[in-house]
Design a binder for this molecule. Sequence first.
Ligand code: 76R
Length: 264
Amino acid sequence: MTDQTAEQAPETLEGWYALHQIYRIDRERNTPAGTAESDVFRRTDNTAYGWSEAVSLIGSTSDVMFMHFRPTLDAIGDVQRELASQPWMRRLVPTYSFLSVTEAGLYHMTAKIADEAVARGGEVGDKEYHAAIRTRAESERTNPYVMKRLYPVRPEAMPYVSFYPMSKRRAVGQNWYSLPIGERSRLMHEHGLSGRRYAGRVQQVITGAIGFDAWEWGVTLFAGDPLDFKKIVSDMRFDVASAEYAEFGPVYVGKVGALAEVLG
Ligand code: 76R
C-alpha cells in the first residue's frame, strides 16, 4: 500500500432510485369519502417497475413514511406527482424527505485493483486501472449478493422498518475520505462481518445520497423483531467504521401496513 492509493473513491454500482417521504397527519383537515388508494402502491411482480410501501410510524412526531424504489429519477418524479394529485393526500403535511439511490460500494475490488496497479509499476487512475475497474464492476452486477443490494425486496416476515440518514466524518485527524482505500476496505470488511451475524434477522438497504441530499447515505433496515434494530446498530457502533467515522441523523421506526390502515 502506498500513498498513491489514498483518496481513491470506491467504485460503486447503483440500482433503483429511492425516495423516503415522511408526513404528519393533520386530523383537522377534511378527508374525502372513500378509501385512500393509488397505483403507486400497486403490488407487482415486475422487478423492472420497483415498489412502494406505506409505513405507520411509531414513537415519532410524524405519522407516516412512504418508501419508493424506482428504476429512474424521472419515475420517482412521477410517483411524487401522482401522490400530490390525490385528494386523500391533503391531510398529509410533509415533515421530511430523503432522495437517494441503492448502492453497492465495491471497496474490496477497488482496493485490490489499486494494489495491482502499484504492483505492475503503473498508477492508480491510469488506463489499465480504469479498464480493470470497468470490467470487474460490470461482472459484479451479475453477482446475486450485489443484485440483492441494488434491487432490494422486503422479506414478508420483516414488517418493521428503521430508517435514518448518515454520513462519514470529515474532521481533522478523523477523515474517512482521506483514509487510504486499503484501510477503508478493511474497515468495511469488519463492518460487513458484524452485519452478517444478523443474516436472516435484519435486511439492510443502503442508498447513496451524495449529490442528492445533505446526508451521504440512507440506511433502511427491515426486521421481524424490532429489538434487532437496537442490537445490530449497537454492535456496529463498536466497529471502527461507525465508532470513529459515522455521523447519524434522525431515526424513524415503524411498521409496514396497507395504505388505508397507515393513514387511519
Ligand atoms: O465487505 C463487505 O462485506 C461489506 C458489505 C457492506 C458494505 C459495502 C455492508 C454490509 N454495508 C456496506 C456499506 Mn452496511 N450498514 C450500515 C448500517 O448504524 C450504523 O452504525 C450503520 C448503519 C447498518 C445497520 C448496516 C448493516 N453500510 C454501508 C454503507 C456505505 C458506507 C461507505 O461506502 O462508506 C453504510 C453507510 C452502511 C451502514 N451492512 C452490511 C449492514 C449489514 C447487516 C451488512 C451485512 C449484510 C450483508 O452482507 O448484506
